[in-house]
Write a protein of this length. Sequence first.
Length: 568
Amino acid sequence: MIGAASNRLTALLEATGLFTPSQIEELAIKQRENDGVLTAAVVALEYAREDVFLAALAKALQVPYVRVGDKPIAGEILEKVPTKAVFQYNVIPISMENGSLRVATSEPFRPGLSDALRLSSGLRVKFALSPAADIEKAAKKFYGVGADTLDRLIAGNQIDLDEDLGPSVGDLSTLDQDASVVKFVNQIIWEAHHDRGTDIHIEPMENDLRIRYRIDGVLHPTPLPPQMKRFQSAIISRIKVMAGMDIAEKRLPQDGRISLRVKGEEIDVRVSTMPTVYGESVSLRLLMRSSGMYGMDKLGLFKDDEDLLHKLIRKPHGILLVTGPTGSGKSTSLYAWLHTINSVDKRILTVEDPIEYEMAGINQIQMRPEIGLTFAVGLRHILRQDPDVIMVGEIRDQETADIAIRAALTGHLVFSTLHTNDAAGAITRLVDMGIEPFLVASSVEALVAQRLIRRLCPACKRAWNIDRPFLESLGFPLDKLSTGTICEPVGCEECRGTGYSGRTGIYEILAVTDAIRQMIVDRASAADIKAQALEHGMRTLRTDGWRKALAGVTTLEEVIRVTSEDES
């Protein structure tokens, strides 16, 4: 029997026309050693691309080759195969044909697969071939993330919260996978990390539990099994235990932190819970330690702006402020500046809440307001540590602003952030805090407003047919059209069909000149200061966005979405 099966496999591999005799022999050995797994061996040995091999094998086997997920699958078809079997064997039912169930798989030679599917479904099974990643995505799309875990929870009809579900500090893959709630939470975090998510939001509804990931700044709902609401309390309790929070306290907001290692990458997860009408809403922010260490060349600055910032961050003293809303990449910019100037002849200290990325050679101080270690207290004591450069995570109040300005006036270079909409607004914000205008004028060297915009997917973007009346209505500089090509999103597998992949920054850099210093002393408005800066060559956020659209980096829609109309 083994010999006959081997001969049939050899004949099928020869029929594909993709392999040499020695490669066929090697694949036959691998297939026997790996319990019938063949496609993975072809890919691992780099004998052929998975889609090319499966298409040729389907032709030799006389079965369909399909890309699952391209079209919807009826609910009654999905119910034919138990969820556990779908995820265990990485298969998915796609249609009924003359009383037989057509099931997509990437490994048709797995021993016992056909029998297992026939017994679990009660139907005759016919195969179709499809890439493994396509099947996995379709299973998550149609059954929901963690559907196999939920099946076990429902089958047991109970959740044992007395198990040792202690704080998670190890590799996700080594955690107690027998605890279904633990496994589900791990799956959620892994999915978000795998999809480049920065935030996970677990939101209780009246009759549902919604989970959304923020990817490239935009929220995307995650498909979940319909019964997930039943396990809301257990899921939230597990997260609170991991974060070292009080699981009995459900009436007050709480904050916590989880340290994880996923596939060798260190991830810090900041956890926040908030009581709502239908239960506690949980937000998790994923901070990748390894991905945070950007140089200035990775920020998306044009050469002229990068050169200007290089000069500014090497000044001997003064304040450089980065402004923008939460999630606009301010901390990333500050770390890039520190990374650029970090050297053995500079003593650099930071006061942060929290410390998002650890940097070698820099003294970083974590704020602890509960014991009185605030930004103002930390900054005051830092001045006794003989620093050359100080980074303050955020200027939140008059006391912190006052100490930071006095530090700049006494020979220190200070980096910090403010929450304002544009660069000029930071000046009036400091004055509104109670800082004397002459102190602001004397200490502030530059202000940088920034936003994050989604980058076009390089695999599927295409040139846009220019609509000049539309561009004119936007205020787009039509005379610049000849300097680049505007592109539009299309959508493909690489970018989850969104047309975008990753983010970059747009910037508004206001260098404080003598004329602007005088305006600050005279208490000029932010609009007047901005107009003066524009006369001296400053570009607004939207203008920088137009430049990136012309460079094919992003789209006009993205620029409009993240920038407000420039004041005239």
